[in-house]
Design a protein around this ligand. Sequence first.
Ligand code: SF4
Ligand code: SF4
Length: 83
Amino acid sequence: MSLMITDECIACDACRDECPNYAIEESDPIYIIDPDICTECVGHYDEPSCIAVCPVECIVPDPDNVETMAELKLKFEQVNSEE
Ligand code: SF4
Ligand code: SF4
């Protein structure tokens, strides 16, 4: 499943450079995660790197974008083959 950013985001910019898939964008008033690109860090790290750096813990699983581990691995291969 991809992750999403809630409206508790303080737009601190800590997460954007941590995303290995470049899935996080600055937006107004809060940052956003592209669900087509976020793999929950599957393929890169054991844990979502954006959650680890967010000071207000506003990055959560997106219930509208639930995916299996196999789907996340496939997405990782697709996203990273396009680079
Ligand atoms: S979980 Fe990983 S891939 Fe998804 S937005 Fe966070 S850092 Fe990027
Ligand atoms: S680290 Fe958290 S508070 Fe900072 S921009 Fe990212 S989602 Fe928003």
